[in-house]
Design a protein around this ligand. Structure first.
Ligand code: NAD
Length: 492
């Protein structure tokens, strides 16, 4: 079926462009009908005797069955990680460890096409993103941390760095392979072993990573990948054999984990929710800012912890910005994640779609003016049209709470002091953005925003060398860069 994409340039366009479908091929992808747990270097049947289905959110069709790890399976994975830590990995010369990590990175690059397609099939994100962002960045993280493996003494000058032991790692569904890389690569470089649990709706690229780890000949038990939902995650967090927990996910679950770990002596890092403020001053390059705002909130269907979901526009340019945003919204292509024209793919799960819809209702009931692109969406699958809200206030729930979908709440402001006050008046503090021509204003805003990352005249840019993490309810600790290595090292 042909899709229609309307012209980007005129503000009140009347015409449109037709794009022929450009689907990425799935022919090269090899998926099994059923996946077991990856423990001690092999795929093993779960002792729980249970499996669950993972589906394609764009079609609602089953892709494969995936094992559900119970307590005994978690124990088996942790025991295998301990054995590998004590027997092999913890003792291995750092240079040798580094070679294995480089090998993983290279095989990921070789299998990049396959990984991208599976990421889009299992998670719903546009192939353009999984192909150009998720997979290359995941490989880059392995390359980057491989380089650190034999240089840990430089990471901690004057100290003798030591690994921590067995790490339990739990990740969400929005960047499945990338989050696995953020967790596994620094842990291995520092000399730890791993038990990783991917999210229940997007386990497939982590299981493909298990195949890559086999192919790289990593000693058995150094990385174990177990699938399951919250109960499996909780069993991993509470297992006495785990020395460090690394969690990325919602603030609610992060709080449960923090309470569970209190007094246990286990280390932890928590990367949690966000509600970023993107701020446009009147002197900004408006078209560039509008494009950045669109990227900031609609990228990956708004399933981004650092999504710029609150927009503050200086009053004098408010009308222009809102008009341009609405026009741009109409040109976004919503649909098949495997089509290379697609800008906005499928919402990750029915549950997440219900949550987004609940917030759309709340927004309207609170008096917000909702504007949705006039695009059509496929009849099967989970879809949300890109949405803007104006006429909202600081106390609106859609301004205060994380929606995690393609929904932008817009407010105006008059002065810099006012916008800083508003932007910081939130329980979260993960990220933010500022759009202005003035360097001094950039420094002022970046210095005063209580957020871990603030982008200036750009948005959503990532690099393995750069630390990432939040203030307040957005988390504890940093991932990425040298900072991301520290939680995996003991400073002796
Ligand atoms: P979630 O908290 O529901 O689930 C995250 C992971 O935790 C999943 O693997 C899940 O199975 C597991 N889990 C659930 N309950 C658990 C429990 N009681 N104990 C242990 N593990 C448990 O989050 P989600 O909906 O998958 O992900 C979206 C959230 O993740 C958003 O809030 C987003 O902002 C956040 N996130 C943050 C970052 C960051 O770097 N700060 C990055 C990506 C996503």
């Amino acid at each position: 079926m042909k899709k229609t994409k309307k012209s980007v340039t005129p503000l009140n366009f009347t015409g449109g462009w037709d794009y022929a479908p450009a689907p990425e091929s799935k022919d090269h992808v090899q998926l099994k009908d059923r996946y077991d747990l990856f423990i001690n270097g092999a795929f093993v049947k779960p002792l729980s005797g249970k499996w669950f289905d993972t589906i394609n959110p764009a079609t609602e069709k089953r892709i494969a069955a995936v094992a559900e790890a119970g307590e005994k399976d978690v124990n088996s994975a942790v025991t295998s990680a301990r054995k590998a830590y004590d027997g092999v990995w913890g003792k291995m010369p750092a240079k040798e460890r580094g070679k294995y990590i480089y090998r993983i990175a290279r095989i990921m690059q070789e299998r990049a096409r396959e990984l991208s397609v599976i990421e889009s099939m299992d998670g719903g994100k546009p192939i353009r993103e999984s192909r150009d962002i998720d997979v290359p960045l995941a490989a880059a993280h392995f390359f980057y941390y491989a380089g650190w493996a034999d240089k840990l003494a430089y990471a901690l000058p004057g100290a003798t760095p030591r690994s921590v032991g067995v790490t339990g790692q739990i990740i969400p569904w929005n960047f499945p392979l990338l989050m696995a890389a953020w967790k596994i690569a620094p842990a291995l470089a520092a000399g730890n072993t791993v038990v990783l649990k991917p999210a229940e709706t997007t386990p497939l690229t982590a299981l493909k990573l298990a195949e890559i780890i086999q192919e790289a000949d990593l000693p058995p038990g150094v990385v174990n990948i177990i699938t399951g939902a919250g109960t499996t995650g909780a069993a991993l967090v509470n297992h006495p054999g785990v020395n460090k927990v690394a969690f990325t996910g919602s603030t609610d679950v992060g709080k449960i984990i923090q309470k569970a770990l209190a007094g246990t002596g286990k280390r932890y890092t928590l990367e949690l929710g966000g509600k970023a403020a993107n701020i446009i001053f009147e002197d900004a390059a408006i078209d560039q800012a509008v494009e950045g705002i669109i990227n900031g909130i609609f990228f990956n269907q708004g399933h981004v912890c650092c999504a710029g979901s609150r927009l503050f526009v200086q009053e004098s340019v408010m009308k222009t910005v809102v008009r341009k945003l609405k026009d741009r919204l109409e040109t976004l292509v919503v649909g098949d994640p495997l089509d290379k024209n697609t800008d906005i793919g499928a919402i990750n799960s029915r549950m997440q779609l219900e949550k987004i819809k609940k917030y759309l209702k709340i927004g309207v009931n609170e008096g917000g003016e909702m504007y949705q692109a006039a695009c059509s969406v496929p009849s099967k699958g989970f879809w949300c049209k890109p949405t803007l809200f104006t006429n909202v206030s600081q106390s609106s729930r859609i301004v205060q709470e994380e929606i995690f979908g393609p929904v932008l709440a817009i407010q105006s402001f008059r002065t810099l002091e006012e916008v800083i006050e508003k932007a910081n008046n939130i329980p979260y503090g993960l990220s933010g953005g500022v759009w202005t021509d003035k360097g001094s204003r950039i420094f002022k805003v970046t210095g005063e925003l209580r957020a871990g990352v603030v982008w200036a005249n750009t948005y959503n840019k990532f690099d393995p060398t750069s630390p990432f993490g939040g203030y307040k309810e957005s988390g504890v600790g940093r991932e990425g860069g040298l900072h991301g290595l520290m939680p995996y090292l003991q400073h002796v």
